[in-house]
Ligand binder design. Structure first.
Ligand code: PMP
Length: 842
């Protein structure tokens, strides 16, 4: 068929399938009305697939031929259709095809391809095996999404004794409660199938729809199911071409009508074929089968006749998946099903009742985790995981190791950003929690005295520097910061806070107000007013600001961890303490990340001989298993803030000081203050630092190593200027900056990101970059890490840096060669000599 509205059609192609089909429909009616004048009567090539590359690297090429008949005409005039198809097959063979696939409607005439296969030298397949496989995958996926158990369902298979319906019935019979075979007449193959599967043959489709909630339909006549006849909660997998379900859009919200027999094109396939990328990369599985056989270099007549081989169906499905074809996308009337629609449907189906009574194992839960994480927690993070693979689904943690759902083991050099100083599931912490559980300790009891909390506060008072002896228990680092800020305001009656650029104190409103990262603050402004930041360790600014006497507190970290492991020069914190004392400003030291042994002493402050007015803890205070934060202060300050009947309950938290968290806290404190752990931290820290310093000398991509104990950061050099310059040259219009504001910074810090990816995928080592300084790879393993584990990390890092240096050199050389060539082209354009550009003789 020729289209008059070509431009509009192609502008919609692949973007709006519904609009395209409406347009096609309109065109068809138009052609019918005009007596079909413009229809071609020739078989013709409508698309050429020149470089189909599967995700496993296999390649093939092909052509798509169009037979100039409409579906209804093919059904009405099978002989004419057969003639055209024979012409098409011969054309394809002349072109050089060794395998010919019959698409949708053409697959059913001529004894389902047998006639054509007998008359040509190439193999012929209908594609019905992969179509059957794809349709069943759609059904399984839908059932999983809406948590429906096929075993307790009656499934109607419409279109018996067609080859797809027959194969689908055979494959499904063992997997569902009951099968109803639905056909137009009691034909002998239909009766035979009914006997074989001991399934009832139903000749009235409406009766079948009343009796089943799952319908798989694959007729060749189409239009046999009225949406209104479906039971609420029905799921229809419609494989029919033309569609078995009437209408071009869903009319009801309480049924799910899915396109069956479509599959996703592998992501590796270039976008230059309009046919393949029509419908957002979903193609009929019959076409997919031909492509898969071609990719495998297996020119076989896989799917001919009425009886499809069940093993071949499973086999071709698995092979297709290994080439990157996607069976997981659910479409309804040509449009991707929105997750909200699925959720709504599921709610209708099951009510709000929980389906599983017993808690499921984490391994089981992980099967759907990525999908549900995207849907209900963070689609962007999940998309990054999907694209780059650097966001993992971990299902087990033990000591310094994490395990993913496939059992792959990763050495953890992130350690929960300092929450896992004792490693994963440390036996000392699990047994402390188990003991509290065994004793049936009350989880939470308001306005009551909790023995675990009281003991933990006492232990903290014994171990904390100076005369910090009062503790407020919170549930996170940010909450501990909030408690500190509020106490400082109460005590000093001043409202302003001073903190440092690059500092990180959390993301709740108050904590964010003193966090020194504009990117985090700006989207939520206005935050607490009168907050100001100075450069880290800038004594003069600190003195100038504090002398104004307006600040309730100066908030500072002993080492800026998120800021890129910035270590202050010795003495700064003591000087800051003196300035604070002199100006009536409280000194709040945030040891949420530096504390609990991380730097080789229980608190980093011990190495500075500083005793703050307020000390903040969290992360590893929970032993890596419980959330807990703590604000420690002196008795004097606490009494000033909260020391009477009117004020003692001004700042509280429902969960703060809960039994399990404090039981874990007690065990964590005991372990992390032990000479064994602290000694190991110092020794492993030295082992790492010495090797990393050597590496900084040796590798071009590295700049320096910073930090203390096992709180280390390895700063990478910015990506070479040549490469950056080249990119800007390529992208003169600035589209990258437009799409990804600030991309230059991200691109510039690419080496650290790359190291992180290579370590993860190449060496199974889990690292992260510092949140506020992407040039810095954080090196922050559990404090229990041993010498051998550190060695294996160092070997992997050496190999990674070698690789980065080598590829940078290679890339740099190519880029500078190109840039020079381009520069020369731009600088001295070679123009043809015309009277206008010949040098004038003036
Ligand atoms: N302060 C510091 C120094 C931190 O490193 C963090 C967390 N990275 C926080 C506060 C905030 O802790 P949380 O994420 O538990 O709120």
């Amino acid at each position: 068929m020729q289209f008059t509205d070509q431009n509009r059609l192609f502008s919609l192609w692949g973007r709006d399938p519904l609009a395209v089909s409406t347009l096609l429909h309109k065109q068809y009616r138009l052609h019918q009305a005009s007596g079909d004048n413009e229809r071609t009567s020739e078989v013709r090539v409508i698309d050429e697939i020149t470089n189909f590359v599967s995700t496993s690297g296999a390649m093939t090429e092909g052509r798509l031929y169009e037979v100039p008949m409409l579906p209804q005409e093919i059904l009405d005039q099978p002989d004419r259709a057969l003639d055209y198809m024979l012409q098409a097959v011969h054309q394809a063979v002349d072109w050089g095809a060794s395998l010919v696939g019959l698409g949708s409607m053409t697959g059913i005439v001529g004894g389902r391809g047998q006639y054509l296969a007998d008359r040509c030298s190439a193999s012929v397949t209908t594609g019905n095996s992969l179509t059957t496989y794809a349709a069943l995958q759609t059904l399984y996926q839908a059932c999983e999404e809406v948590e429906l158990d096929l075993k307790s369902e009656t499934v109607a298979i419409v279109g018996v004794p067609g080859s797809i319906a027959t194969a689908a019935a055979r494959l499904l019979s063992a997997q569902c409660g009951k099968i109803l075979l639905v056909g137009r007449q009691a034909s002998s193959p239909a009766m035979k199938l009914s006997r074989e599967l001991q399934a009832e043959l139903v000749l009235d489709i409406d009766e079948a729809l009343k009796r089943s909630r799952i319908i798989v339909c694959a007729t060749s006549s189409g239009d046999c199911i009225h949406q209104s006849a479906l039971r609420p909660g029905s799921i229809v997998v419609d494989i029919g071409v033309p569609s078995d379900v009437r209408g071009s859009s869903p009319l009801r919200g309480d049924v799910l009508i899915l396109n069956g027999g479509l599959i996703g094109v592998p992501e590796s396939v270039p976008l230059d074929s309009k046919m393949l990328w029509f419908q957002h990369g979903m193609i009929p599985a019959c076409l997919g089968e031909t492509i898969v056989l071609a990719l495998e270099d297996r020119p076989e007549s896989l799917s001919l006749g009425r009886e499809l081989d069940l093993d071949s169906i499973q086999q071709i499905g698995a092979i297709a998946a290994s080439h990157g074809f996607d069976f997981s996308r659910l479409l309804s009337f040509g449009r991707e099903l929105e997750p909200e629609r699925l959720l709504k449907f599921q709610k209708q189906l099951t009510g709000r009742r929980r389906t599983a009574n017993a808690p499921e194992s984490i391994q089981n839960l992980s099967a759907r985790a990525e999908n549900w994480f995207a849907r209900h927690i963070n689609p962007v993070l999940q998309a990054m995981s999907h694209r780059t693979g650097f966001v993992k689904t971990f299902v087990r943690g033990e000591g310094a190791y994490l395990y993913d759902s496939k059992g792959r083991r990763y050495l953890d050099f992130v350690a929960g950003f300092g929450s896992l100083n004792l490693g994963h599931n440390s036996p000392s912490i699990t047994s402390a929690i188990q003991q509290a559980l065994q004793e049936q300790a009350p989880g939470f009891a308001q306005s009551a005295i909790n023995p675990y909390a009281a003991t933990l506060a006492h232990r903290l008072a014994q171990l904390a520097p100076g005369d910090l002896e009062m503790t407020f228990f919170a549930n996170s680092g940010s909450e501990a910061v909030e408690a500190g800020l509020k106490l400082a305001r109460r005590v000093t009656r001043r409202k302003a806070f001073l903190s440092c650029n690059g500092g990180y104190h959390g993301k709740t409103m108050g904590a964010l107000s003193v966090t020194g990262n504009e990117t985090y603050r700006e989207p939520f402004s206005p935050l607490l007013d009168s907050c100001k930041r100075i450069a880290y360790c800038d004594y003069d600014s600190l003195e100038r600001e504090l002398s104004t006497g307006q600040y309730a507190a100066f908030v500072v970290e002993p080492i800026q961890a998120e800021g890129g492991m910035n270590v202050p020069q010795r003495g700064f914190l003591r000087e800051a303490q003196a300035l604070c004392r002199a100006t009536g400003t409280l000194l709040i030291v945030d040891e949420v990340q530096t504390g609990m042994g991380r730097t080789g002493t229980l608190f980093a402050l011990e190495q500075e001989r500083v005793s703050p007015d307020i000390l903040l803890l969290a992360k590893s205070l929970g032993g890596g298993l419980m959330p807990i934060g703590a604000m420690l202060t002196t008795r004097e300050l606490w009494m000033k803030a909260y020391g009477n009947v009117q004020s003692f309950a001004l700042h509280t938290s429902t969960f703060g000081g809960g039994s399990l968290a404090c039981a874990a806290g007690l065990a964590a404190l005991n372990q992390l203050s032990s000479p064994e752990i602290l000694g190991n931290t110092v020794r492993r820290g030295e082992q790492l630092r010495t090797a990393l310093e050597e590496m900084c000398e040796r590798f071009q991509c590295l700049k320096e190593v910073r930090g203390r104990g096992l709180l280390l950061g390895l700063e990478f050099q910015p990506l070479s200027e040549t490469i950056l310059h080249h990119w800007k040259n390529v992208d003169r219009g600035g589209i990258t900056e437009f799409l990804v504001p600030g991309y230059e910074d991200s691109l510039s810090s690419f080496s650290a990101l790359r190291a992180m990816l290579v370590l993860l995928e190449g060496y199974s080592i889990y690292t992260q970059t510092a949140r506020s300084n992407p040039y810095v790879l954080r090196i922050q393993p559990p404090l229990t890490i041993d010498e051998e584990q550190v060695d294996s990390f160092l070997d992997a890092l050496r190999a990674t840096c070698e690789e980065i240096d080598a590829t940078d050199r290679m890339f740099g050389a190519i880029v500078s060669k190109n840039s020079v060539a381009e520069f020369e082209r731009n600088a001295a354009p070679v123009l043809p000599e015309t009277p206008d550009n010949t040098p004038s003789s003036k």
